[in-house]
Design a protein around this ligand. Structure first.
Ligand SMILES: [Zn+2]
Length: 352
């Protein structure tokens, strides 16, 4: 681990029309025709708020060629034909095409303008809007699936079963689907056995080919808590979701090498699973965490929580094979969508 002094700089925007198709693949749920935006890149106007670098929504509008910027109460909306980005002033929440994301810093207001932290712009908005700018991310053929818990660690339990069994069932279903699509699949466990978190990291890091890592878990909490959520590694300087910043958060982990790919993979998986499970599924959002399986893995990695075993209705759903199959199908589809989204378009040949 080393303390980072890495500057977050966005590469100047390429042709916007090149960006649109991959964004649509990643987020889905898009209506309308392609926007014919032709404006050029704008310089960033950075200001300090609470000691952090922030950029204005007006600046984001210019840079990403949003057609409109409007405000209704605390909601600031940036929109064009393909993308609707909603910022919620005073909170760390945003949605892009109705998929919820949790920022590392609150959206602030200054001089009657909305401001987004530079970290959230570079580490969250940019990889979602421009996944094909992520270097070498599309070049993978292996998927490491990590069924959470197992053996002496059953995970969360309820009257129907336990988390370790459900995660293994879903991981096996995902594996079968990925094999038919031509991916190689590595399972951290394929039976009811215990593995430490570090052992899971070791299995993933032993894969020498380009790979992605998907950990599958189910949640537990207060009886009313429900829905799905997806975690990606916090960038340096960003806390684990729900707790304050600690000294260790300032340092860079192996997984931070893939910050942009992590976010693109999380977006693809979260959006795909939401769509596959249907409109009644509560969206808890894409969040930042410092779980061992995210920080130590040298491949793009996410951890998906597929519902609450502690919720009366979701507990029954999770026990149902149709729900397990739908969840697995959402994850498997997300792998394809991610690969397409992060693959740069072929260079246009100069010859005819
Ligand atoms: Zn778990």
């Amino acid at each position: 681990m080393k303390q980072i002094h890495r500057q977050i700089i966005l590469k100047s925007v390429g042709p916007w029309l090149r960006v649109l198709p991959t964004l649509v693949i990643l987020l889905g749920m898009v209506t309308g025709s392609a926007a014919a935006a032709t404006a050029t890149a704008s310089p960033w106007d950075v200001r300090k708020i609470n000691g952090d670098d922030y950029v204005s929504a007006d600046n984001i509008k210019q840079f990403y060629h949003f057609g409109s910027l409007s405000r209704s109460g605390s909601i600031v909306t940036l929109e064009n034909a393909k993308v609707m980005l909603k910022l919620n002033l005073g909170t760390a929440e945003c949605t892009m095409n109705n998929v919820k994301f949790v920022f590392s810093k609150a959206v602030e207001e200054a001089d009657a303008k909305a401001y987004v932290s530079r970290t959230d712009l570079a580490k969250l908005i940019d990889p979602v809007l421009r996944p094909n700018f992520i270097k070498n991310a599309g070049n993978f053929n292996t998927v490491v699936l990590d069924a959470g818990h197992g053996g002496k660690d059953p995970g969360a339990t309820n009257a129907y079963g336990n988390e370790a069994d459900y995660t293994l069932k879903v991981a096996c279903l995902v594996k079968a689907k990925l094999l038919t699509k031509g991916y190689k699949v590595v399972m951290t466990r394929d039976a009811d056995r215990f593995l430490s978190l570090q052992e899971r990291v070791n299995v993933a890091n032993a894969v020498t080919e380009n790979a992605i890592f998907i950990a599958i878990h189910f949640n537990s909490g207060a009886t009313a808590a429900r829905g799905i959520e997806t975690f990606t590694l916090s960038p340096p300087g960003v806390a684990h979701y729900g707790r304050g910043l600690i000294e260790a958060d300032k340092y860079e982990h192996a997984g931070n090498e893939h910050d942009s790919a992590n976010m693109a993979l999380a977006t693809s998986a979260h959006g795909s699973v939401l769509r596959t499970l249907g409109t009644n599924t509560f969206d808890r959002g894409i969040k930042r965490a410092r779980y061992t399986v995210l920080s130590g893995i040298t491949h793009p990695a996410i951890l998906l929580e597929g519902g609450f075993l502690s919720h009366p209705y979701e507990a029954r759903l999770i026990d149902n094979e149709k729900y397990q199959a739908a969840l697995a199908s959402g994850i498997a589809k997300a792998v394809d969508k991610y690969r397409v989204a992060v693959t740069p378009p072929p260079a246009i040949s100069a010859t005819r």
